[in-house]
Design a protein around this ligand. Structure first.
Ligand code: F6R
Length: 583
């Protein structure tokens, strides 16, 4: 988390840096800051909260003449989200922005304090800045090399030194790119920050140090200069617009039909592009958050339909757990960003054990896309809203295809082709979700219950609602609620009953009766009419491999409408960040 952008060129960097920060705000928005530099001085302006606070402060400041600067938007890890702890940090001759966590910051700080270095914040970043300054004797690259030799943890650093007009960048574990243009160069956490200025960039690999002036970029690794390919990003500036929608979340939900059509088409035209999982005795699906819930749907389908043994595990657990690799195993890593720290660690653990890895990933240049053995790209385009919607739907679609192929079921391709149209019809019925949202947005708690694959759907429905609307919600296996949690059901508590699985329909309905008889307001979301309850959302019935794709968009829109009624910052919910690059 945290976003970094830097500029060196012919102009004052303020506008580029602010535009970059706005594009990166999805990576964290606890505080923000910029540093501008010229031969005589460095000017740092910081502010707590969103970028607009920083912008207001900058507008009221008189800025120094400058053509080099770095900027940062923060998701707090070490140190509260105060102005003092905001980046950029400045120690001696070094000014620095950081994305990541320095794990051995306290010991280094103790040592530097003894050397007389003064610190003004509680951050690990200021320690890294102090360490580079400690080693700086006129050779910038050497100072960075010496410092990173000592640092443990993860980092992407953008660095400026007093006395020269270059930008410096280095990374380990956190993403960083170098943007290239004529007489202007950039650094950024990702290309979206600078896409309005250039689509040419280099991917900085771990341990490489970039020395960037307005006219050239030099890269060093282990003290030697190296060459690097210049890549062209295929995203367009307009991909980042809301295109008339009030929020990115809504725009991205509304993109689901066309994206499903495009992504599925490639595979339906040539099913040999869908990897065959039949060769494996065990599949591990590893991911975080919504990507994990997409994986839970994958597990249900692969087990039930294809008879493949699947373990689905949260990446932050998987990376530290004892995993018994005693069968021919494939580890599937699911990630929109491809930069989630825990998922990367899980991927590396599998690789260290000689296990095959497959990524279901959106960002093609990401670490997970680059380091896995095989990749399936979901082709969602940039997802800007912090809460994932379209990427999740495409991840579930890919699992549907994997399970369909592995199950050797009868040909349902013509049925699958109906999916985008059905999703569009479901999304077009927006009033239905708004009306329902009006009925529940003032409640304190909401529950989602279902069994098997429907429970996996509940997990995503519940997460979406709570993360964007701050309305407390829980997902439960329908049969499990009565073992304690049912005591929370009161008169009028909304309970969503998700029922798509015919085999278990009657059992789920019995559990729904249990909450109804305790006063719950029951909202059925199903592919078949179930009468006798307060509200019904009925979607078309489609092959079980893809049924979840018709249910979740309803839940996404309900979450969106509830969040809007509750006046929440829908695209940037509090305490969250889009790309979780710390563990
Ligand atoms: C929730 C959400 C998160 C992500 C999770 C994994 O709406 O977006 O739960 O799904 O942080 O992120 P990726 O997919 O980038 O690995």
């Amino acid at each position: 988390m945290c976003g970094i952008v830097g500029y060196v060129g012919k102009h004052n960097p303020k506008d580029v840096l602010l535009a970059g920060l706005k594009a990166l705000e999805y990576r964290g928005y606890d505080s923000a800051g910029i540093a501008l530099k010229n031969e005589d001085e460095t000017q740092i302006i910081k502010s707590v909260g969103k970028i607009k606070n920083l912008e207001e402060k900058i507008d009221c400041s008189s800025l120094i003449e400058s053509n080099i600067g770095i900027a940062h938007t923060r998701w707090a890890t070490h140190g509260a989200p105060t102005e003092n702890n905001a980046h950029p940090h400045h120690v001696g001759k070094v000014t620095l922005v950081h994305n990541g966590i320095i794990e051995n910051a306290s010991e280094i700080k103790e040592r530097l304090l003894k050397e007389g270095v003064k610190f003004n914040s509680d951050t690990d970043t200021e320690v890294a800045c102090g360490l580079i300054n400690y080693y700086y004797d006129g050779d910038e690259v050497k100072a960075i090399e010496n410092a990173i030799d000592e640092l443990t943890g993860s980092y992407a650093f953008g660095i400026m030194f007093e006395g020269n007009n270059n930008l410096y960048a280095v990374r380990k574990g956190s993403p960083l790119i170098v943007g290239i243009s004529d007489n202007e160069n950039y650094i950024a956490s990702d290309i979206t920050a600078i896409i309005n200025y250039t689509n040419k960039y280099m991917l900085l690999e771990e341990g490489e140090i970039a020395v960037i002036s307005d006219s050239e970029v030099k890269l060093f690794k282990d003290g030697k200069e190296i060459n690097k390919e210049v890549l062209t990003a295929d995203i367009k500036a307009e991909d980042k617009d809301k295109q008339g929608y009030e929020h990115y979340m809504l725009k991205e939900i509304m993109e689901e039909p066309i994206l499903l059509e495009n992504t599925l088409k490639t595979f339906l035209d040539d099913m040999s592009l869908v990897p065959d999982l039949g060769d494996y005795e065990e599949i591990h699906v590893v991911a975080c958050g919504s990507a994990m819930y997409a994986g839970m749907i994958g597990k249900a389908l692969l087990e039930e339909k294809a008879g493949i043994r699947v373990i689905c595990e949260v990446a932050s657990e998987y990376r530290y757990k004892k995993i018994i690799y005693d069968r021919k195993t494939l580890v599937i890593l699911v990630s929109q960003s491809g930069e989630t720290a825990d998922t990367i660690a899980a991927m590396r653990k599998a690789k260290e054990n000689g296990i095959d890895t497959l990524a279901i990933v959106n960002v093609k240049t990401s670490t997970i896309a680059r380091e896995t053995d095989k990749q399936i790209f979901i082709e969602a385009g940039p997802e800007i809203a912090v809460a994932t919607t379209k990427a999740y739907i495409l991840q579930v679609a890919i699992f549907g295809l994997l399970a369909y192929k592995a199950s050797h079921s009868e040909n349902i391709i013509s049925e699958i082709k109906k999916l985008p149209r059905y999703v569009k019809e479901i999304l077009d019925d927006r009033d239905r979700y708004l009306n329902l949202a009006k009925e529940i947005y003032k409640n304190n708690d909401v529950f989602f219950i279902g069994r098997k694959v429907d429970y996996a759907i509940c997990m995503e429905g519940s997460l979406k609602l709570k993360e964007v609307s701050y309305l407390h919600s829980e997902a439960y296996q329908a049969g499990e609620l009565k073992h304690g949690t049912i005591s929370l059901i009161e008169d009028g508590t909304p309970v969503f009953g998700i029922i798509t699985d015919d085999d278990i329909r009657d059992k789920t309905i019995s559990n729904i009766e249990e909450v109804k008889s305790r006063g719950a307001k029951v909202i059925i979301v199903s592919n078949k009419l179930v009468s006798g309850y307060d509200r019904q959302i009925i979607v078309p019935k489609i092959s079980e491999f893809f049924q979840a794709i018709l249910i979740v968009p309803c839940l996404q829109l309900i979450a969106y409408e509830v969040a809007k009624l509750r006046g929440c910052d829908i695209d940037k919910p509090k305490n969250l960040a889009k790309s979780v690059t710390v563990e």
